[in-house]
Write a protein of this length. Structure first.
Length: 318
């Protein structure tokens, strides 16, 4: 049985988080992941507080198990979103795209566990000092807004810099990735792209099909000139942005091009003009299946992989 400190800290069976993806991770998906023994996380993105409250209520109606909400700290609604989290007594929050330090005291007061996403050792250290409960170290293999460092170099450096549990994210979609993350010193994994292809994920089937057809080199990074690089599946939109960046369009204008594109992809299924945020591991996600199967497959394959390594390398001293 693969159990770690993170399982005890938040009361989950398996050390698997489902990434809190904006426009993707609805209450339906989060509830299914939590009910299967992982941590389901609602992606609040730039959604208003009322939307979030409705999604939280959906989760509460389906499962009594712990769940989380991802707070995108650049959202214009971040203060209202935090208010809903307090009122609904959400057990776990993850945060992205900023420093959640100022919200730590009020969340601690009601016992909400705070698990920020970091892409650097410096922020990891600052947030541990601010009193957060654990960290997600997210490498640039991830989809969406990314940092500069890959998962393999980032995770061990964050693990060495802090005492709190670290979850690895970026480029992980199966049991091999879970075992590798544990070997790097992480105590769990967060996966986004794999859960996009869950039956319970409400995104357009056209997007799921794109992920299933994706290969190892199907993602590209755009928006470097804006200081906020984003990883997406290559399509008409990413090629257009790339060309404008080469031609020297201003960072503000480049950012403007992205407005509304994530929704256009995920909800409307516009595979050419939308922003299909997905990670480099998309090439290894090959089928649509129920969340319960995904979680079982990850845990069974992790245990198989661990057995294989033990049989191969564990008998040296006998
Ligand atoms: O947050 C993410 N990935 C995301 S957020 C997102 S939402 C969106 N919605 C509409 C359009 C575009 C995007 C999509 N993907 N990952 C977690 C993450 N956080 N990675 C890197 C960071 C990060 C970046 C800067 C964390 C902190 C930070 O600066 C804080 C500081 O104080 O330096």
């Amino acid at each position: 049985m693969i159990k770690t400190r993170i399982c005890d800290l938040i009361g989950i069976e398996y050390p698997i988080f489902q990434g809190g993806m904006a426009w993707v991770a609805t209450g339906e998906l989060a509830a299914a992941v939590s009910e299967s023994g992982g941590l389901g996380i609602i992606g609040s993105g730039q959604a208003p507080a009322d939307w979030l409250r409705a999604e939280i209520r959906k989760v509460k109606a389906i499962t009594k198990k712990p769940y989380g909400v991802n707070v995108m700290l650049m959202s214009p609604f971040v203060d209202e979103v935090m208010q809903v989290i307090l009122e609904e007594r959400v057990p776990v929050i993850t945060t992205g795209a900023g420093n959640p330090g100022k919200y730590v005291p009020m969340l601690k007061e009601i016992g909400t566990k705070i698990i920020p996403v970091v892409a650097s050792v410096a922020l990891a250290k600052r947030l541990e000092k601010a009193g957060v409960d654990a960290l997600i170290a997210e490498g640039m293999e991830s989809g969406g807004h990314i940092g500069e460092i890959g998962t393999f170099p980032l995770v061990p450096q964050v693990v060495d810099a802090v005492k709190i549990p670290v979850i690895a994210a970026g480029g992980i979609a199966d049991g091999r990735g879970l075992i590798a993350a544990l070997a790097l010193g992480a105590e769990g994994v967060q996966m986004g792209t794999r859960f996009m292809c869950a039956e319970e994920c409400t995104i357009s089937p056209l997007i799921k099909d794109k992920i299933i057809k994706a290969k190892d080199r199907s993602t590209v990074i755009t928006g470097r000139s804006t200081g906020h690089p984003v990883r997406c599946l290559d399509n008409h939109f990413t090629r257009e942005v790339d060309q404008y960046e080469r031609e020297g369009m201003s960072p503000d204008e480049i950012s403007e091009l992205g407005v509304g594109r994530l929704r256009l992809a995920m909800v409307d299924g516009d595979v050419q003009n939308g922003s299909i945020m997905a990670g480099q591991i998309a090439g290894a996600v090959n089928r649509i299946e129920p969340v319960a199967n995904i979680v079982q497959d990850i845990m069974e394959s992790a245990e198989r992989e661990f057995e294989r390594l033990s049989a191969r390398f564990g008998e040296r001293r006998r």
